[in-house]
Ligand binder design. Structure first.
Ligand SMILES: C[S@@+](CC[C@H](N)C(=O)[O-])C[C@H]1O[C@@H](n2cnc3c(N)ncnc32)[C@H](O)[C@@H]1O
Length: 222
């Protein structure tokens, strides 16, 4: 990272600084990229994913919540001190929507033209790949599904999605933690899509820009 890529931020904290930051990150957000958490049981993981989603410029979080752990009113949930604290206030800045079932969420996504991929440490469904083998820019709208902490992704989600993505595992344990795996997978998916957006205005390699847009932001120096 070069000197020019850092900003010395001796600015007052407050609304205007937040506003400027919100304006600056807009161009880096991955349009039409949704992270879906299927039946999570631990609020710590929900908060971790929301934090990753916010940090990586993913557009939205959908939560399939058959157990009705999350209130319909997201405003109420995100205002909870515990959620705010766990996500270091990322929940304040993120769009989150809940669904009663996996099918309801797929119906919603498909009616809006989204393709889905699921994630699992195991080989699942019609097509299974390792994370580094994938091209995540081919669908104009993409949803990336993460499974429950103990059961993993459901058979129904596998059935309704195009492929399954795995982070290669080299240890004695079977899987990674849900929050951690979301960070690794969304980083790669968002990185590829941001790069694509920087080069092309449209899908299918159409509308190439004369100069690619930047894909990284200046780092704030504390
Ligand atoms: C703790 S894991 C679930 C483990 C569960 N026993 C299973 O069979 O999948 C929770 C979720 O994190 C994600 N995950 C964990 N490790 C992963 C890996 N190596 N590759 C891809 N996704 C992973 C998947 O979305 C998974 O459903």
């Amino acid at each position: 990272m070069s000197e020019e890529e850092t900003i010395n931020q001796d600015e007052p904290k407050g609304k205007s600084r937040m506003r400027r930051r919100a304006d600056a990150i807009k161009a880096f957000r991955c349009r039409h990229l949704v992270a879906v958490i299927e039946a999570p049981s631990d609020p710590v993981n929900i908060a971790a994913i929301i934090r990753n989603v916010n940090a990586l410029g993913v557009e939205k979080v959908y939560i399939v919540d058959p157990g009705r752990h999350i209130p319909d009113d997201w405003e109420e949930f995100r205002a909870r001190r515990s959620m705010n604290k766990l996500s270091v206030s990322a929940s304040k800045w993120s769009y989150v929507k809940r669904f009663d079932s996996t099918d309801e969420c797929f119906d919603h996504l498909e009616s809006r033209g989204y393709a889905s991929i699921v994630t699992s440490p195991h080989v699942k469904g019609k097509k299974s790949i390792f994370l580094h083998e994938g091209d995540y820019t081919t669908a104009s709208k993409l949803a990336v599904w993460f499974g429950n902490e103990s059961r993993g992704i459901s058979d129904r989600a596998v059935e309704r999605s195009g492929m399954c993505v795995a982070i290669p595992m080299f240890g004695m344990i079977e899987s990674m933690n849900l929050g951690t795996s979301s960070g690794i997978i969304l980083y790669e998916v968002a990185r590829q899509r941001r790069e694509y957006q920087s080069r092309f205005r449209k899908r299918g390699g159409r509308g190439e820009r004369a100069e690619p847009l930047p894909t990284t932001m200046a780092v704030v120096q504390n």
